[in-house]
Each structure stands twice: as C-alpha cells, then as structure tokens.
Design a protein around this ligand. Structure first.
Ligand SMILES: Cc1ncc(COP(=O)(O)O)c(C=O)c1O
Length: 389
C-alpha cells in the first residue's frame, strides 16, 4: 500500500499474534483478539483469586473506565455512557422507558434492521406500540433517507436506526434523520455496532438522544462489553421498567421495595455488571482509541475500494454501495454457491462470513496487510474452480 498513513497502522499488527496464521477479514463480525487481552483477563482472575469479595473495589470502577474508553471513541462527555452486556438488552431497557398512547405510539425503522433490534420493538406492540418498517430501495441494499424522514411524524415516539446497515455496509444519513425526529419530538436510538471503530461517530455533532453498540466487532473487545450513550439532558427524564439494583441510587443500601433510580447514567444499568468482559475488552478499546477512528477510516476506504476492484474483476455481484460516502467498513458480494465457498474459506482459515440473500461479507481493519486482499481472492478463485488444499 502506497499510502503512508495506511502503512503506519501496520505497526499495531504486532499486538495481534492471532493474525500470523490466518487471513482475518471478519472484523465486522468478530474483531481479532489483542494479545494484551490475555494479560487483562489474567488480572481479573488474579483479583478474584487473591482478593475474593474485596476485588469488587477494583472491579466496579472498571465499568466507568470502560465507559470512558467508549466515550473517547464516540465523542461522548463524561458521565453519559454506561456498559451493559449486549445491544438487545440495551434496546429492551430503552423500550421500557416509553409509554405508548394512541397519539404517540409509532416506532419507525428500516426493514433492513439487524433482526435482534426488530424483535425487541415488535414485542412492544403487545404494550401498544405500532412498528412502521421502511423498505429498502430497489437495489435491496440501500435505504432512501427521505423515505425514513417521511415516515417520521408527530405520532412517532422512537426511531431505532442502524448507523451502518449490517447486511450491506450502507451508511445511513443519521444526522438528517435525527434532525427530522427531533423536529417532531421523537427520539433516535442509533445502533452504532457496525460503525464504531471503523467509521467516525460523534454523538454530540449528531445530536442523537441515545446511541449504543458492542465491542465484539471493530473494537476487538469480544462479547459482553456493550455500551449505551444517553444525551446528558435526557438521563434523568426516563425511569426504565427493565431495571435492577445497579440502577439504584444506593445499591448497597438494599432499600425496599421500590426502585429509587440513580441520578447518573447508571440508572440504565440492570443487575451485576459482567466485569470479566470489561477486562477482556480493555486492550481493544485502548488500541482503537489510541489510533483514532479517522485514521482507521482512511485506511478502510482505500482497502474496501481495492476489494471492490477484485469483486468487479471476478464478475461477482457487489452488494455494498460504491460511493465512499455511503460505504461502511465491510464489502458484501455474491455469486452462485457463495455460502459453500464461505464455509470452505473459513475451513482454510480465510475468515469471513455469509448472510442470506447478499452473500459473502468481508472487512479489512487497521491490522490488514494489502497483500492479504490478493491472498483472499486467490484462495476464493481456487475454491470456485475446484482447487484443493
Ligand atoms: C447492527 C447490529 N446490531 C446489533 C447486533 C448484535 O446485538 P447483540 O449485542 O444483542 O447481540 C449486531 C451484530 O451482532 C449488529 O450488527
């Protein structure tokens, strides 16, 4: 790669020994594990082993430390991010903040939504919500921003929105949709799972009410370290029904019988935090924060364009947007038999995944070498033409 910025990121590759014996194009689904995660998990274990119950005095602050690391990446002010286990739970907590009235009960979202989020909001129909799904454009991979804006009206309560569509990497015009939602008094919950760590996110510039995501993908943090951002002025406005003692103003006072909510962002927390996951995620979050997502994005754009060039050369169908401004961190492409080829690529340790209807998904990351693109497509060609290994 000629670009000196892109090349300079390869110095971080040394922190990921797992990359030595595979071609890792799966960071949109599971980021590579940093070697430091082993040390950090070891530290968690040692605290447990040596300090028993008193380890909590070191474990609990790790929740806010993890939130600060996320806050640095998404431009969130101190005290506006809280950790949780996964996005589904976070959505359920947020859904439990709202009451549905006939005047305001609409939940508007794209029909290309990541299914777990849809499941949560569909279940709210039992409480009076009315879900309105906006279909994609004729290409099946992009969504008309205006169509989403037009669906948002005075009856709309919440707009759960994927920043980047998981199945195509299409970047939604979040700013425009958030502005429309605000103009009618609706709240956007921005699911940044497919953007955080590969596409710059600035929650203040976006003006969004809520944002969430996890650490599994481009943050290289593994499962269990999801996060929720709540706009500062909204924190105390809501009292989630899905709650727990860590959302209490004084968890260790064991007050009964009713919840008395914390006045901090912890009021959105449920029960005991999954502390081991936060130790596990620490190194990935630190590395991404240190590099800065702008540099990761610059490299990603160069590499995803190279991938698109190979897809075109091989006559495969591209199922991701071509313009840089619309394309997130992964590239999706399809051909007859793609699911079988994906399985074989994984067996040969060329890690990627496959999604029904759109085909193979691959993503470069800051640690990707340019030549790995050639290796990947070389192997894919071999498999398609019946070549063994
Ligand atoms: C956009 C998006 N939202 C949510 C999820 C996952 O949600 P959860 O953390 O509940 O597993 C994913 C992928 O796993 C995703 O790509």
């Amino acid at each position: 790669m000629a670009d000196p910025v892109a090349d300079s990121l390869l110095e971080y590759r040394t922190k990921f020994s797992a990359l030595e014996d595979c071609v890792h194009f799966i960071s949109h689904s599971l980021g590579c594990v940093p070697d430091q995660a082993k040390e950090d998990l070891g530290q968690f274990f040692e605290l447990w082993r040596t300090k028993s119950i008193t380890a909590w005095s070191e474990w609990l602050p790790e929740v806010d430390r993890a939130a600060e690391r996320i806050g640095k990446i998404i431009g969130a002010p101190a005290g506006t991010v809280v950790m949780n286990q996964n996005v589904s739970t976070i959505m359920a907590v947020l859904a439990s903040c709202f009451e549905y009235t006939p005047e305001r009960n609409k939940i508007v979202y794209e029909s290309l939504m990541f299914p777990t989020v849809s499941y949560v909001w569909q279940a709210e129909e039992r409480r009076g919500a009315k879900c309105v799904l906006v279909p994609p454009n004729a290409d099946g991979i992009t969504i008309d921003t205006q169509a989403i804006c037009d669906a948002i009206d005075e009856h709309t309560l919440v707009v759960p929105l994927q920043h980047v569509v998981f199945s195509s990497a299409y970047i939604q015009d979040a700013k425009k949709i958030i502005a429309k939602a605000q103009s009618v008094g609706a709240h956007v919950i921005l699911d940044c799972y497919q953007s955080i760590g590969t596409l710059p996110v600035d929650v203040i510039d976006l003006g969004v009410s809520f944002a969430c995501g996890g650490s599994v993908k481009y943050l290289c943090g593994g499962a269990g370290a999801a996060w929720l951002y709540v706009k500062k002025e909204l924190i105390e406005q809501f009292a989630p029904r899905v709650t727990g003692w860590f959302g209490n103003e004084a968890p260790f006072a064991f007050t009964m019988p009713e919840q008395s909510y914390a006045d901090t962002v912890w009021r959105y927390m449920g029960g005991t935090p999954a502390v081991a996951a936060l130790y596990q995620a620490r190194a990935g979050l630190q590395i991404v924060g240190e590099i800065g997502v702008r540099k990761i994005r610059d490299k990603s754009l160069v590499m995803t364009q190279k991938i698109i060039d190979r897809v075109d050369e091989l006559g495969m169908k591209l199922n991701s947007p071509r313009p840089d401004a619309q394309r997130g961190g992964s590239v999706v492409f399809d051909f007859v038999g793609s699911a079988d080829v994906c399985r074989e690529l994984n067996r040969r340790r060329f890690f990627c995944d496959h999604r029904p209807g759109v085909g193979i998904r691959i993503a470069p990351h800051f640690y990707t070498k340019s030549e790995e693109i050639e290796l990947f497509f070389g192997e894919l060609k071999k498999i398609r033409h019946g070549g063994g290994r």
